[in-house]
Design a protein. Sequence first.
Length: 163
Amino acid sequence: MNVKDALCATLDTSSMVLSKYLEDLSDADLMKRPGEGCNHVAWQLGHLINSEKQLLESLSPGSSVELPSGFAEKHSKETVADDNPANFCTKQEYLDLFDKVHEATKAAIANVSEEDLDKPAPEHFRSMFPSAGHVYVLIATHSMMHAGQLVPLRRALGKPVVI
């Protein structure tokens, strides 16, 4: 396995964990907050999708997919308190968008050289993620960072342990 294979495998693993936590949740469940002060799952999913798109675009302009009109705005920091289900997507819509964005990420990884992975990250990321490779690792693991927030929600909803 080379570094690009490892990045794609990590992205797939993060996606699999998140998908397992989501598979038996309803659209209404996505509007629930895992705990006080937490964002509801629908907002988090939109944040993950939009973040991946933005991170990928910062590394490889023009390589990501277009999101629906207004998607980024509906999942911005300004909307974290919005609890109106009409302003968010269905679970299936989020999953479909995840697939499209992940495919674009995998295509970009396939086309990046190992030398390019060592290049400096975009300036605003360098303090935490110094190289392009570090940003690709962030992309691959970001879903996993949020997946843990679904466990308390699953417990509160009486859902079974899936992983």
